[in-house]
Ligand binder design. Sequence first.
Ligand code: XIL
Length: 371
Amino acid sequence: MRLTNHYLLLLSLIILGSCNAKKEKNAVSLKDSYKNDFYIGTALDTNQIKEKNVKEDSLIKKEFNAITAENIMKSMYMHPAKDKYDFALSDKFVVYGEKNKMFVHGHTLIWHSQLAPWMTEIKDSTEMKAFMKDHITTIVSKYKGRIDSWDVVNEALNEDGTLRKSVFLNTLGEQYLVDAFKLAAAADPKADLYYNDYNNEEPAKREGNINLIKKIKAAGGKVDGVGIQAHWRLDSPSIEMIEESILAYSALGLKVAFTELDITVLPNPWDLKGADINQNFEGSAKMNPYPEKLPDSVQVKLAERYASIFKLFLKHKDKISRVTLWGVHDGQSWLNDWPIKGRTNYPLLFDKELKPKKAYQSVLKLKETKE
Ligand code: XIL
């Protein structure tokens, strides 16, 4: 009797196993298709970190193998007052990555935006040095060995490649950049440390970025990679410009990551480029042309644009560490509210119903034809 039970159990395990194998074969995903190339990441909002929506949660786990917190690790949330840190959500975020065996990226330590108000009042170099030491050391050591890479400094450059005025630059001069990278390396020597920015594929800003990283390294800072945010448009930047940037940065021995990829399909006010989150413009019907549905012709354009971008990424996969989309699906994208509030944008690979778009298929197709 016991033997029969064992046989039955064994038989059902075998049948179950072969069903699962079949399922696996059919379950194509971004992360599996690109597993030998680079990480495919996404940015998680608070509800996604809390696993509030089962459908979204299973999509994230199926498609992505790297995560960035879209907001909760910015200083206004993590360090709201001088003597107060809040790690409740960042703890959840890191555990989420660990239990799903994902690459966990920390965003971001030193940034002029989304600062806690008290930080903007720091007046002199002594106070700023103390702040940076406490802030970076506390956060990076807390997650030592658990956060794989950090955006140590975000958006320190102007469009012409000079250094952006900020509370950090005002109090410490450009030394703040060297200090930030040194402090982060001391707190977790094994984490990969990135400088992250938008438009740093544009020649002038790229030049400034390269000089900046050279200077930081010459002064003893450890910089492992450069993050190109990649908040892009249907027709710009050109593939050539992106390629030149991959080559120029990796020639410095840096890893290149595309950290916040999305492609707006909406008109830009005054040909705005980039991702300065402090810029806002008045909306109008003209500026929100697809409130209900994206026309098929634009859907196709978006798919073609994604395909040519990923084709380039594949060409340089040896230089690229990670490609992260800035959000899981269109409904969640910050581009519905920036730079004009209340529009309907379609910048990602899944629509707001979580269905894969033509752009998703076009990104997957690049791998099907190759292997
Ligand atoms: C954005 C978030 O997506 C929004 O939810 C938030 O309101 C503003 O910030 N560059 C960055 C990101 O480095 O942190 C920004 O994220 C987008 C631009």
